[in-house]
Design a protein around this ligand. Structure first.
Ligand SMILES: *Cc1c(COP(=O)(O)O)cnc(C)c1O
Length: 356
C-alpha cells in the first residue's frame, strides 16, 4: 500500500503516457484520486493505452467531461443513509461503507464521490472518527431486527488492518438477528498478497461470511489471484464476483465468457454484471443496455449456467438493482407459450391461461 503509484510523474516513469492520459494530470490534476498497487502496475502494458486493465485504472482527460444524465451520487445512496456510511435500501439487508479507501481506484467507480478523497470525510479519517461511525451503524443494525444480512463494503474493507476487520466482524456477529455477513472487495485482484493466513483465520471465525470479488477482465486472473481465492474458498467462504460492463474493456462475449469460466475454476461464482453507473466523466466507459443483453444472450445456454451472472442496472435515483434479461418468450398462441432457445429455435409450452 505504501508503494502505490499515486501521481502522474510516478505513472509516467512506468508507462509511456499518451496525450489523453497526461492531460488528465494537467492544471489542477485529477479530481478523483489515482492509486495503483505495484502488483497491479506489473500487469499493465507500458506501451498499449488501450489495454483493458490500463484503461480501467489510468485516468484520461475524458473523465473530466461531464455528460448529460451523469450524477455525483447516481444511486442516491445518501438519501438512504439512516446514519452516515450505512445504506438501508432493501427490507432485510444493509450496506455498510466501512472505509473510504481502496488499494486501487477504478476510474469508473460508482462511489467516486467519496472514495480516496483524503479530506475531512476521506481516507484520512482518524481512527476515533471511524470507530464512532461504526458504533452508530452497529447501534442502528442492533435496533432493527429485520436486518439479517450486513454487506460490508466501501471503499475496500480489506484495506483495513487485521485488528479493525476483526473488531468489525466480531461486533456485527454479536448481533443475534444478523444471519450472514458479506464482504465486498477487489483486493484479491489488485493486492492478492493481502489475503494472508492470518486474515483468513480471522474471517472464518465469524462464519457464515460470504465474499463478492470485484473483477473486470480475465487478465486479472493471475496465479497470485488464484492462490488468494484458494485460501478463501478453503476457509469455507463462498465466493461470488461482480463485474462492471465497460466499453472497450470487457464488452464482448469472448472476453466475458473467458472471465466467467475462469472464475469458476477459481471457485468464484459470477454473481452480478452491472450496467456502468452514470458517474461524472463515465461516458467513455458506458455501453448501451442492448450490448449487455446481447452478451447475456451469448452466454446463456452456450456455457455453464453458473458462468452466467445476473445483469442489472442499479437504478439512478435510488431504485436499487433491476435485473435485465433477454426475452426468450416470443409470443403466445391460446394455451401455448412460444419460446426461443439459445440457438434461436422455437418451442412451445402448454401454459394454461390464468382464469380470474
Ligand atoms: C447491492 C446492494 C445490496 C445487496 O444487494 P443483493 O442483491 O442482495 O446482493 C444491499 N444494499 C445496497 C444499498 C446495495 O446497493
Amino acid at each position: 500500500m505504501r508503494h502505490r503509484v499515486r501521481d502522474g510523474s510516478s505513472l509516467a516513469s512506468i508507462l509511456r503516457l499518451t496525450q489523453a492520459e497526461s492531460a488528465a494530470f494537467a492544471g489542477t490534476g485529477v479530481a478523483f484520486p489515482l492509486a495503483i498497487t505495484p502488483y497491479y502496475a506489473s500487469l499493465l502494458d507500458p506501451d498499449n493505452p488501450d489495454q483493458p486493465l490500463r484503461r480501467s485504472v489510468v485516468p484520461t482527460i475524458h473523465e473530466t467531461l461531464r455528460a448529460q444524465g451523469e450524477l455525483d451520487d447516481p444511486l442516491a445512496e445518501e438519501a438512504d443513509e439512516p446514519v452516515p456510511g450505512l445504506v438501508h435500501r432493501y427490507p432485510d439487508r444493509v450496506l455498510l461503507l466501512a472505509t473510504e479507501s481502496c488499494s486501487v481506484y477504478c476510474r469508473y467507480c460508482t462511489r467516486s464521490r467519496l472514495v480516496g478523497r483524503g479530506h475531512a470525510a476521506g481516507e484520512t479519517h482518524g481512527e476515533p472518527v471511524r470507530y464512532r461511525r461504526w458504533e452508530a451503524a452497529l447501534q442502528y443494525i442492533a435496533a432493527h431486527p429485520e436486518i439479517r444480512d450486513v454487506l460490508v463494503s466501501g471503499g475496500d474493507p480489506l484495506t483495513l488492518s487485521d485488528d479493525s476487520i476483526e473488531w468489525l466482524l466480531s461486533r456485527i456477529r454479536a448481533i443475534g438477528h444478523v444471519e450472514i455477513i458479506r464482504l465486498g472487495t477487489k483486493v484479491p485482484a489488485v493486492l492478492p498478497m493481502r489475503i494472508t493466513p492470518r486474515l483468513v483465520s480471522i474471517i472464518r471465525r465469524y462464519h457464515p461470511v460470504w465474499m463478492s470479488l470485484h473483477v473486470t477482465h480475465p487478465d486479472e486472473l493471475t496465479s497470485d489471484m488464484g492462490r488468494a481465492c484458494e485460501c478463501l474458498a478453503d476457509a469455507g467462504i463462498p465466493l461470488g464476483s461482480q463485474t462492471v460492463l465497460l466499453s472497450g474493456v470487457n464488452d464482448s462475449v469472448p472476453v466475458l465468457k473467458q472471465l466467467f469460466q475462469k472464475l469458476l475454476t477459481m471457485r468464484v461464482r459470477p454473481y452480478y454484471l452491472y450496467q456502468c453507473d452514470p458517474i461524472p466523466g463515465s461516458a467513455h466507459f458506458r455501453t448501451s443496455v442492448a450490448t449487455g443483453l446481447e452478451i447475456i444472450r451469448g452466454l446463456r445456454g452456450h456455457t455453464t449456467g453458473y458462468a452466467v451472472p445476473n445483469y442489472v442496472i442499479d437504478a439512478p435515483g435510488g431504485g436499487g438493482k433491476i435485473p435485465l434479461q433477454p426475452d426468450y418468450c416470443v409470443g403466445r398462441d391460446d394455451d401455448e407459450l412460444i419460446l426461443e432457445n439459445y440457438q434461436g429455435r422455437t418451442f412451445t409450452y402448454p401454459d394454461p391461461k390464468v382464469h380470474a
